[in-house]
Design a protein around this ligand. Structure first.
Ligand code: GTP
Ligand code: MG
Length: 280
């Protein structure tokens, strides 16, 4: 769909992870867009979907909760196809939003839309949700990002800046480490595996200019554990090395990382475990 890709583009740096697997975003992450004369705070959310587990229901709840007490809602759709049943369901929920909250529609993936389909798809999405403002975007190509930013600035009421100018996100370093490790696993796994993974921090300390991070990768079965570890530990090593490099660049210090894999059957169905992982 492109919510996180658009967030990163608008912020101008990576503050939320992106992958080609559905349900990549699991928590609300603020992306703070600072310009000389404005600050726009975006709340990137999980994608609303038909849940298969307690985790999915929790993700939907996070998304809907994030749409409360906001100055505007940015509804991101994939304009490369006509509105789906799913888009319709979200639109009817959005129609029940609190009175006075403007709706901005971002019709993303315009790069995938055939020229002779533009009018039909554009009109279908406008009819679907009657937005206050709309724009077509291509997050991956950076099309219409400045225009979308301007539209948001025009739409939300003026107020004092909520965060320091140098902030671009509200994530703590250890939460960012968890997200980056999960991203590196998402890039390397398929089918059920990406969905069955969660990452949490066991230790995080900065000593003499080095961040020492211990992270646990939770999976649901022994089979998934074997996949994540890989032959002779190769996969886990690759994940750790890619994550470490990226975190060193983002933290600006040396990173020493330890990764452990733990099987926890049915964690996605367990209210207690979802709460412990900060997902419910
Ligand atoms: N062609 C094309 N692909 C895009 C565009 N925007 C996003 N993508 C791709 O779509 C996939 C999903 O993008 P995300 O930004 O993670 O989407 P999301 O809405 O945050 O997804 P969830 O967090 O899983 O709900 C990634 O593979 C992106 O590279 C776009 O404008 N055009
Ligand atoms: Mg996302």
């Amino acid at each position: 769909m492109g919510k996180s890709s658009l967030t990163n583009r608008l912020v101008g740096r990576k503050c939320t992870i992106v992958s080609d697997k559905p349900q990549t975003t699991r928590r609300r992450i603020l992306g703070i867009v600072n310009r000389l004369d404005s600050q726009v705070v975006l709340a990137d959310t999980p994608g609303i979907h038909a849940p298969k587990h307690r985790l999915g229901a929790a993700l939907n709840a996070t998304a809907y909760r994030s749409a409360e007490q906001v100055d505007a809602i940015l509804f991101v759709v994939d304009v490369s196809h006509m509105p789906t049943k799913h888009d319709k369901a979200i639109a009817s929920k959005l129609a029940e939003r609190q009175a006075g909250i403007p709706l901005v529609l971002a019709m993303n993936k315009m790069d995938q839309l055939a020229a002779d389909r533009v009018e039909a798809h554009y009109n279908a999405f406008l009819d679907l949700c009657s937005p206050d403002k709309e724009i077509m975007t291509a997050a991956t190509k950076g099309h219409n990002i400045i225009e979308l930013h301007n539209l948001l600035v025009e739409t939300v009421p003026e107020g004092p800046a909520l965060y320091p100018q140098e902030w671009s996100s509200d994530l703590e370093p250890q939460a960012w480490a968890e997200e980056i490790v999960r991203e590196k696993i998402l890039e390397r796994t398929r089918e059920e595996v990406p969905h069955a993974i969660a990452v949490y921090t066991e230790g995080f300390e900065v000593l003499a200019g080095t961040a020492k991070i211990s992270l646990v990768v939770v999976v649901e079965t022994e089979g998934q554990k074997a996949i994540v570890i890989g032959k002779g530990g190769r996969m886990l090593k690759e994940v750790g090395s890619a994550a470490r490099k990226e975190l060193e660049a983002s933290f600006g210090c040396k990173v020493f990382m330890e990764l452990f894999v733990k099987v926890s059957a049915d964690w996605r169905q367990s209210s207690r475990q979802l709460r412990e992982l900060g997902l419910e």
